[in-house]
Design a protein around this ligand. Structure first.
Ligand SMILES: Cc1ncc(COP(=O)(O)O)c(C=O)c1O
Length: 413
C-alpha cells in the first residue's frame, strides 16, 4: 500500500497553495535543497576536481538513469541522463533514421509537442542539405531518397503506419489535452510494418505506469522537471532498447559518449551501449537535486499512483461539470484514455487561469484556449481537488477573471 500522506510530507509546498501544475514543474522535495547544499560544500567545496572520481560525478548520469528505469519499465543499464529533452529527441531520431536507411518517412502527429516537430523538421532539412553536398555520414541512403516528416491527426496515426515509415515520433500523453496513445498497440503496429518507434514520455514518466520493455519500444526520451520533480531545467533521459544500443549512432556525439573519453582521440568511437548517448559534461548540481527527488519514489506503486490520479481527475471533472455544465472538456472523458492531466477550453482561458492563481490554485494555460490542470497523487489530495474545482467554478460564474490585470500575458504561460 502506498502511503500518499507520507509522500506529500516529502515536499515543501507553500501554505495555502493548491498545486495543479506538477505536469509542468514539480514542486521542491524537502531533501533536495539540503542534498544540493551538501554536494556543493562537501563535494565541490572540499574535493574540487577529485569529485568526478571520488564523489561519483562521472558515473552519475548512468546511476540516475538506473533509478529512472523502473519508473518507465526499462531494463537496467538502458537509460542515461543529460542535456534537455529536445536534444535527446534529436539523438534518438537521428539514430533511428540511420537504422532504416531504405525508408524515407518520419511519422508524427499534430498533437506532438512543437519542439519535437522542430527537431524533426530541421533534421530532415540538414540531412537533405548533407545529401546535396555529398556529405558522407557512412550511411547507404540513396541520394534521391530525401527524408520527409509526415504529420497526421493523433487518431490517424495507426492507419498511417505503413512500410514507408522509418520511425514514428510520438508523445505518449498529449501536452494540451492529456490524450493517451496506446504505446503497446502502436509499437506492435510499427514493428509489423518494419518501422522503429520513439516515445516522448515527458507527460508519462512519474504520471502513470510505462512499460517500455514490455511494449518493445525502440527509443524513449523524457524530462525530469515535471512529474519526477527534479527542478527547473532538470536534465532529460534517453532510453535505447538494449537490442539496438550498440548499433544506434546519435548524430550529436560528444566526448563523454566516446569509448575512451580520456584518450582524447580526434575520431569518435562510440562507447558501448547506452553510454554513447552521453554528450558532454553532465549537470552535476541538477542531477543531485533529481537524485534526492527520486528517493520519494521508493515504495510507491505506480499502479496505486495511477488509481489515485484517476480518482482525483474524475472527481475534478465531476465537480466542474456539476457547476459549469457548458464548459467544454478538452481531455478524453474516459480516464483510461488520459494521462494525469485534465484540460478545459474557454475563450478567456488565460485570464481565468490568472484569476485562479490569484486565489491560490495554480494551473496553466496553453494557447489558444486551454486551461490545464495536473493531478499528482504524490502531494495532491481529494479535498484540494474539490476545492480547486469550486474555485474554478466561482471564477467563471462570477466573471472574476474579467479584470485587466488578468489579461496581461507573461513570457511563460
Ligand atoms: C512533450 C514534450 N516534448 C518536449 C519538450 C521539450 O523539452 P525541453 O525543453 O526539456 O527540451 C516538452 C517540454 O515541456 C514537452 O512537454
Amino acid at each position: 500500500m502506498t502511503d500518499f500522506s507520507q509522500t506529500r510530507a516529502a515536499f515543501d509546498l507553500p501554505e495555502g497553495v493548491i498545486y495543479l501544475d506538477g505536469n509542468s514543474l514539480g514542486p521542491l522535495p524537502r531533501s533536495a535543497a539540503e542534498r544540493v547544499a551538501r554536494m556543493m560544500t562537501q563535494e565541490w567545496g572540499r574535493l574540487l576536481i577529485r569529485g568526478w572520481n571520488e564523489a561519483g560525478w562521472y558515473v552519475q548520469p548512468r546511476r540516475v538513469g538506473d533509478r529512472i528505469a523502473p519508473l518507465i519499465g526499462a531494463e537496467p543499464g538502458s537509460v542515461v541522463m543529460g542535456d534537455t529533452l529536445s536534444v535527446k529527441v534529436f539523438q534518438a531520431l537521428s539514430a533511428a533514421v540511420e537504422m532504416r536507411p531504405e525508408r524515407r518517412v518520419i511519422l508524427s502527429d499534430s498533437g506532438n509537442f512543437p519542439s519535437d516537430l522542430y527537431v524533426a523538421q530541421e533534421l530532415v532539412a540538414a540531412l537533405d542539405r548533407g545529401a546535396d553536398r555529398g556529405v558522407d555520414r557512412g550511411v547507404d541512403r540513396e541520394p534521391d531518397l530525401g527524408l520527409e516528416l509526415r504529420i497526421v491527426a493523433p487518431e490517424e496515426v495507426e492507419a498511417a503506419i505503413d512500410d514507408s515509415i522509418a520511425v514514428t515520433l510520438l508523445t505518449e500523453v498529449d501536452y494540451r489535452t492529456g490524450r493517451l496513445h496506446d504505446m503497446a498497440a502502436l509499437t506492435a503496429r510499427a514493428h509489423a510494418a518494419g518501422a522503429l518507434t520513439i516515445w516522448d514520455l515527458a507527460h508519462s514518466a512519474g504520471a502513470l505506469p510505462v512499460r517500455l520493455a514490455e511494449a518493445g519500444a525502440d527509443f524513449a526520451v523524457g524530462c525530469t522537471y515535471k512529474y519526477l520533480n527534479g527542478g527547473p531545467g532538470a536534465p532529460a533521459f534517453i532510453y535505447v532498447d538494449p537490442r539496438h544500443a550498440d548499433a544506434a549512432r546519435p548524430a550529436l556525439a560528444g566526448w563523454m559518449g566516446h569509448a575512451a573519453p580520456f584518450a582524447f582521440d580526434p575520431h569518435w568511437t562510440p562507447a558501448s551501449g547506452i553510454e554513447r548517448m552521453r554528450v558532454g559534461t553532465p549537470p552535476v548540481l541538477a542531477l543531485t537535486a533529481l537524485e534526492a527527488a527520486l528517493d520519494i519514489w521508493e515504495g510507491v506503486s505506480l499502479d496505486a499512483l495511477r488509481q489515485e490520479s484517476i480518482r482525483l481527475s474524475e472527481a475534478f471533472i465531476a465537480a466542474v461539470a456539476a457547476r459549469l455544465p457548458g464548459l467544454p472538456l478538452a481531455s478524453p472523458r474516459e480516464p483510461e484514455r488520459r494521462g494525469s492531466q485534465v484540460s478545459f477550453r474557454h475563450p478567456d482561458a488565460y485570464a481565468i487561469v490568472q484569476a485562479l492563481i490569484a486565489r491560490g490554485v495554480i494551473g496553466d494555460f496553453r494557447a489558444p484556449d486551454i486551461m490545464r490542470f495536473g493531478f499528482t497523487p504524490l502531494y495532491l489530495t481529494l479535498v484540494e481537488t474539490e476545492k480547486a474545482a469550486d474555485l474554478l467554478a466561482d471564477v467563471v460564474l462570477t466573471e472574476a477573471w474579467n479584470q485587466p490585470e488578468y489579461r496581461i500575458r507573461a513570457q511563460v504561460t
